[in-house]
Write a protein that binds this ligand. Structure first.
Ligand SMILES: Cc1ncc(COP(=O)(O)O)c(C=O)c1O
Length: 413
């Protein structure tokens, strides 16, 4: 593709660091400060936040991949440009990034490895444990392939058993979910693999209570935390799980291909790394992160993503994104054709809302909204046919109103 001078000027205006005209590395653009800790209904403040994104249309699929704001694009692109000067001065202060991530997630010092995504983190954990044929891994019938496939592979290769049970999807309280997990455990259960937020319905599971209970039984806990960081306020020390796997390119809005593995300090030295380099035998978190040459520009962008969310405030983001989801949930409830599959109980609901609609498949519905530049996720796994909508900070009430209005007029197909 060749860009015209006009295109280049437009790009230069949007991303100074990306300028095709300037050869020097230019300083980041001066943007008005972001609002800090805006109330969930402070629409002027959230408009200001939404203005930081280059999204075209309405992006209701953060659950698959988040949109990065301008400061993240700039930090990534600036680093990439600067690095390519090949003067060896473009290091990222990775220890500082680790510290900032630890504070962001409430994680133990020295417990975070930067990896590519949840899928990779989960593969490290599954292959790093000493599991024997017949050992059981317990999970639900709502696991994403990125969370479950490493265990499926181990089942084929080593004879471990991935045991799945159907969780209650509209629980009246957390105790109901806890009891369902407890009923499914057997004397051979060695691992609970818990999706903190189900990708299918957005339901929040009581991960902390499950971890506490598993500890009393000597069962290892592995959390598929693909969604919470950047959506819910995490406190990983309080959660106390053995392993936590996440993708920062979803709700944390970091560059694509960034994720984290957080390992409980007591587990680091005894968990085998998956890819070996110079630190493979060191009893530190570096054994999981040192995997050969990687892309520091993504780490620069990840750092900017953490700063972006800290600038707004993590509780404010959780309150806003969940309030938007509740607004959407309630508005869809007024549509007689909609059957909600997300929980009715607000405390179990995250910032993802899933539903089916009478008279139209999710495939057709996704196509219908897609033609209006509204991006959604169709959940077709395990025979389901849901449409899932994610409500991150770049979604404004008018976007939800437009989506709800279109759904009111959805054809039968
Ligand atoms: C619950 C869950 N786990 C794992 C994944 C895989 O994430 P990634 O592709 O970033 O590894 C996803 C992706 O949507 C997910 O929703």
């Amino acid at each position: 593709m060749s860009l015209s001078r006009r295109d280049l000027l437009a790009l230069a205006a949007a991303f100074p660091g990306f300028s095709g005209l300037a050869h020097a590395v230019v300083p980041p653009r001066a943007a008005p400060p972001l609002p800090h800790a805006p109330a969930p209904d402070d629409e002027a403040a959230w408009e200001r936040v939404a203005a930081e994104f280059v999204i075209q249309g309405i992006h209701l699929n953060t659950g698959t991949v988040g949109a990065s704001p301008l400061p993240v694009l700039e930090a990534t692109i600036q680093h990439m440009r600067a690095f390519e000067r090949m003067i060896g001065q473009e290091s990222v202060d990775v220890p500082a990034v680790h510290k900032e991530l630890e504070t962001f997630l409430g994680a133990w010092p020295g417990s975070i490895a930067i990896v590519r995504n949840t899928t990779e983190a989960m593969s490290i954990v599954a292959n790093g444990l000493e599991l024997q044929s017949g050992d059981e891994i317990l999970a639900t019938t709502h696991e994403h392939v990125g969370g479950r496939s490493a265990w499926d592979l181990l089942a084929s290769r080593r004879g471990v058993v991935l045991k799945l049970f159907a969780p209650p999807l509209d629980p009246s309280d957390d105790g109901e979910l806890l009891a369902a997990w407890q009923r499914a455990v057997t004397s051979r259960t060695k691992v609970l693999m818990i999706s903190e937020v189900l990708f299918t319905t957005g339901m929040i599971q009581p991960a902390a209570a499950l971890v506490r209970w598993a500890r009393t039984r000597g069962i290892i806990t592995v959390i598929d935390g693909a969604h919470p960081p950047g959506m819910l306020v995490n406190d990983l020390r309080a959660l106390d799980a053995d392993y936590y796997c996440t993708s920062t390119h979803k709700w944390l809005l970091a560059p694509k291909g960034t994720g984290l593995l957080i390992v409980h300090p007591e587990r680091i030295a005894t968990t085998w790394p998956l890819v070996a380099s110079g630190d493979w035998n060191n009893p530190t978190i570096a054994r999981f992160e040192h995997v050969g040459t990687s892309n520091d520009s993504l780490v620069a962008g990840l750092r900017a993503a953490v700063a972006f969310q800290n600038g707004i405030g993590r509780p404010a983001i959780e309150q806003r994104t969940r309030a938007l989801a509740t607004r959407l949930h309630d508005a869809l409830g007024e549509n007689a054709r909609v059957r909600m599959v997300s929980p009715r109980r607000a405390a179990s609901r995250s910032a993802m809302v899933s539903f089916t609609m009478d008279g139209i498949t999710a495939t057709a519905l996704q196509g219908y909204l897609g033609r209006e530049r509204i991006r959604t996720r169709r959940i077709a796994e395990y025979g389901n046919e849901y449409l899932r909508l994610s409500t991150h900070v770049y979604i404004l009430p008018r976007d939800l109103d437009r989506t709800v209005a279109l759904l009111r007029d959805a054809p039968r197909a």
